[in-house]
Design a protein around this ligand. Structure first.
Ligand code: ATP
Ligand code: MG
Ligand code: MG
Ligand code: MG
Length: 468
């Protein structure tokens, strides 16, 4: 029982057996929630159930929710390829109680699943609680018999969850796995906790308060929300440290090795990981109706795509290849997520078209970047003008430029970049003699700003090349 698909099923079966309704994953674009870029946690589809706005015909639920953390409050984009545990797209397994069972049973359910069903050794585990949550501390103590040092009290917001400025909130308790002394990093709460030795696998949130405008009151019927990263858990079950070494990623990376003809070793390893990770994100986002564009969700998707494409280029690819990874992804994940099957054609065409579009300017942009940074070294900064030119003329999202310079420890002057962007907008406005109709002018400008110069250039180039 250690493949990703079996681990997912075992989780859902266990909670079904314990009285939970198995609820399918919601789409990555949250329904009726314009404040949120993408679904980024298992609880998102249940928000209104937790606040009591919506009733469902169950009080216990379990799901494996598709999540993307590549923008907004949770943004793990810059971690991908560099940490062992972060993806832009991942699955969050969870169990939820809507005013039904609470803290004690939630902890018992989690502990029994991990140690009995999945059979992980207790000595490899440790937990955190919110510093003021004596109740959670005592429950863990009684259940596990852990020494006090293995039930770490954390005073920060890492262990206190809130839905927003007001609304349900409460302490959390997180379960960590110790991958061993040979890996750098300290336990949670220690100065070197950012290392990858102790990996957070499961967050249990105890929603027991409601934050009002001026006071915090007890919820009459407290609730439970939990989230466990499937890929992190699979790494443990498969005896590997890094998420990118689990079965699913092995298959994707083998595919990108085959397509580029470059082995995932040394410097090339991070690129393969980025490509595999970003490909999952793009495929699932497109399947859920997001298309690359120059604003909002579509721009986040475009950034993810272009970043993957630069890494493919680093591996020597100078024609579209990323779209060719789809059959592997469908084979690995299509059974759990039939939307991948349904959207196969759309995903393939969208990715291939974006690859064709970007490849034309990518090489020239990278040439410009090389020229501009040839004399720079670690600690230096690329000027904002050049970063803006890369964005405006070559279609390089700012974070792509930053990522490209990261290994050489060169930063980008983002203020200068923003100033250049503002100046261009102002110039465009000034140059526009206007139709004399204020309303039309405003609309024209908002369209042009949304579409951006790159879009027009890309379109013209494609027409010339006969793509469209
Ligand atoms: P971390 O501190 O490692 O970034 P987190 O505290 O941000 O994780 P939570 O918001 O508590 O994560 O999400 C619940 C669980 O989802 C985590 O315990 C982890 O197993 C998983 N998870 C969170 N972010 C990612 C990610 N970017 N990639 C893969 N799994 C993730
Ligand atoms: Mg995080
Ligand atoms: Mg954390
Ligand atoms: Mg957490």
């Amino acid at each position: 029982m250690s493949g990703v698909n079996e681990i997912r099923s075992a989780f859902l079966d266990y909670f079904a057996k314990n009285g939970h309704d198995v609820v399918p994953s919601s789409p990555l674009v949250p329904r009726n929630d314009p404040t949120l870029m993408f679904t980024n946690a298992g609880m998102v589809p249940f928000k209104n159930v937790f606040t009591g706005l919506e009733k469902r015909d169950y009080v216990r639920a379990t799901s494996s929710q598709k999540c993307v953390r590549a923008g907004g409050k949770h943004n793990d984009l810059d971690n991908v390829g560099y940490t062992a545990r972060h993806h832009t797209f991942f699955e969050m397994l969870g169990n939820f109680s809507f005013g039904d069972y609470f803290k004690e049973h939630a902890i018992e359910l989690a502990w029994n699943l991990i140690t009995k069903e999945y059979g992980l050794p207790a000595e490899k585990l440790l937990v955190t609680v919110y510093s003021e949550d004596d109740e959670a501390f005592k429950i863990w103590k009684k259940l596990t018999g852990f020494a006090d040092e293995k039930i770490i009290r954390i005073p920060t917001s890492d262990n206190f969850w809130a839905m927003g400025d007001t609304g349900p909130c409460g302490p959390c308790s997180e379960i960590f796995y110790d991958h061993g002394e040979h890996i750098w990093g300290g336990p949670p709460g220690s100065p070197d906790e950012d290392g990858d030795r102790f990996i957070e696998i499961w967050n249990l949130v105890f929603m027991q308060y409601e934050q009002l405008a001026d006071e915090r009151v007890n919820l009459p019927r407290p609730s439970i929300d939990t989230g466990m990263g499937l890929e992190r858990f699979a790494a443990i079950m498969q005896g590997v440290h890094n998420n990118y070494e689990i079965d699913l990623f092995k298959a994707l990376i083998a595919n990108s090795e085959h397509l580029t003809g470059v082995e995932a070793q040394g410097k090339a390893q991070a690129s393969h990981r980025v490509i595999a990770d970003h490909f999952r994100s793009m495929a699932f986002l497109i399947a859920d109706g997001v298309l690359p564009s120059n604003e909002g969700r579509g721009y986040v998707l475009r950034r993810i795509m272009r970043r993957a494409m630069r890494h493919a280029n680093l591996l020597g690819a100078n024609e579209p290849i990323i779209y060719k990874m789809l059959p592997t992804l469908v084979r690995e994940m299509g059974q759990a997520f039939p939307e991948l099957h349904r959207a196969e054609k759309l995903i393939e065409e969208t990715v291939q078209l974006e690859e064709k579009r970007f490849i034309k300017t990518l090489e020239r942009g990278l040439g410009l970047l090389d020229d501009a940074t040839g004399s720079l070294g670690a600690g230096d900064q690329l000027d904002g003008e050049t970063a803006f030119k890369l964005y405006d003329t070559y279609g390089f999202p700012l974070d792509l430029t930053q990522d490209a310079l990261r290994n050489r420890e060169i930063a980008v002057d983002t203020e200068g970049f923003n100033t250049a962007m503002e100046r261009q907008r102002a110039e465009a406005r000034a140059a526009w003699s206007g139709s004399g109709d204020a309303a039309t002018d405003t609309i024209w400008f908002s369209i042009k700003e949304k579409a951006g110069a790159t879009e027009f250039l890309g379109y013209e180039t494609e027409k010339a090349e006969g793509i469209v």
